[in-house]
Design a protein around this ligand. Sequence first.
Ligand code: HEM
Ligand SMILES: [Cu+2]
Length: 611
Amino acid sequence: MSDATVNDTTKTTGEPLGEAYLDKFPAEAKVVRSALYSSFLMLALGGLFGVIQTLHRTDFLRIMESETYYTVLTAHGVFLVIAFTIFFLVGVFTWGVTTSLDRGVEDIRFTWVWLGTMSAGAVMSAVAILAGFTDSIDMSADVLFTFYAPMQAHPLFYIGLTVFVVGTWLAGADWFRSWWAWKKENPGERIPLPTFMVLTTMIMWYVATIGVATAILAFLLPWSLGLIDSVNPTLTRTLFWFFGHPVVYFWLMPAYMMWYVLLPKISGGKLFSDPLARVVFVLFLLLSTPVGIHHQYLDPGISEGFKFIAMTNTMFLLLPSLLTAFTVVASMEHGARQRGGTGRIGWLKALPWRDPVFAGMALAGLMFAAGGFSGMINAGMNINYLVHNTLWVPGHFHLTVGTAVALTFMAATYWFLPQLTGKKLWGRSVALVQVVLWFIGMTFMTNAMHRAGLLGIPRRTAEPQYDGFEFEAGVGSVAELDAQIALGSIFLTLSLVLFFAVVIGTALGSRSDDIPANGYAEALSGPEDSPKILDNLKLWFGLAVVLVIIAYTFPLLSIIERGGLFGPDITAFPQSIDIVSMAWVTAEQYAVDAFTSASEATQAAINGVLR
Ligand code: HEM
Ligand SMILES: [Cu+2]
């Protein structure tokens, strides 16, 4: 990139120089702002349901009937992991593409069309879920964010999700279009890093959403409309997880993008390696879809062999995350040393810990490391059985999506708001308290959830304590775990209140000329050092599709062969037992045959002797 304001790393946050994003791209800034505000609305609602359900299941405050728990849990899950995350990331991606290509979108009306489509879809699904709170409307969608059969929602829920996803497809088309236009004018130039990240993420998303689109359009929607009588539950689950695993990378990759392109700048340094960042994104594109079966280790109807393949692929997926940890820490260290930090760990002190943008992202990254460890436990076929469907699992993903992603997004908001509104951030120290409070709240909540999971305390229930059954804690007590979970949720709620105070305080402020320049970090080792093949998006797309075909063709065929396209899939035994029983039947048959021929031969012999 040649534009000086775009790649200027001499100015870190706080220094009043250059143009804000709003000054350069006023029309785009409006779209990004709307996307972010929509995401904050979903965060507020989702967070509210989060604390209500937490206090309910820990029995500290019960303001609803237990029958309503699934409606609350569905709203919590869908609003946060579908709406909050995705609205935020489409905003950030629009910023990333326009900033790094240094050009506006091709047609701003189209940009508004996709944001409008996503919003319409979100409203439809939200109405279907929230209608579950009242008996006066005959509509509900308490199917949880994993919405596979045999749970069934009102058709409006599925239609809303489809419309929302179509909106994201159009958004991707918008970004590809910008890139093509740029490419024509800059032949032979390397794709700027943020745009490269957006495009690879979107290719992954196009591949991944094929699964969920098929599940909804071919099965769930016709079923809920009454057009077909039944579905094959194993099939809809498998199609859901085909999408359900890569979707976690759809949340994570924007967070990674900010760790790669913003965090080094905020730390006062440069990105350690642009080529390594590209490799990481290509690896995510290739590896994140062919692993979905690792969510189905305990599903009957899928053979152990396919599960084993999914496990092996999953272990490979650790690689890009470890590379990210390495690159991001190296970049922060570079920044710290630029700021005068010295010593083997002494440099850590030189980092801008009082900057909420930095502190939030660094704490989010730290939590992500812990989430990576519990993720490895989930990934192992054998230990997974121990924690499956217990509170351990929500413990794990409140570290990953609930902190690595959500806290990074909140921290980044403190950088984006001034860029998008032209106003100074209100309440910088409130913002700092906010990110720290989230970290502390999650430490309490997730630590206790993991421990509770090891005791076998189930997830997804309003009444985790069964009558006549006591969970035994090895260390501490169940009451203490509940107290920690509830306390954590209260910290998180306070943190959210502070977040909204800062957002609203900033939005209500007045225009300032004192905004840091828009831009992102330069790289120590730049794009010119990376092999050209990395920019060959067609190649990576082709490989991603091939890997998906290899990983999914046989499992899907065998599921359909056994259960039929429209079910009912009634096999209640794991495939391996099936094989054993088949082997038994065959062996028995042989034995019977052998016995029969032996007895016939004996009979013949006896007859011969007697004759
Ligand atoms: C105020 C902060 C939050 C609190 C108190 C909270 C609490 C909880 C609890 C206790 C559960 C488990 C309920 C159960 O299984 O019975 C849960 C589930 C969940 N949470 Fe959160 N959470 C918070 C924030 C978040 C965030 C920021 C995200 C994601 C961005 C998130 C995503 C989810 C998801 C996807 C589920 C699973 C829903 C399901 O099982 O269908 N949560 N949350
Ligand atoms: Cu997964």
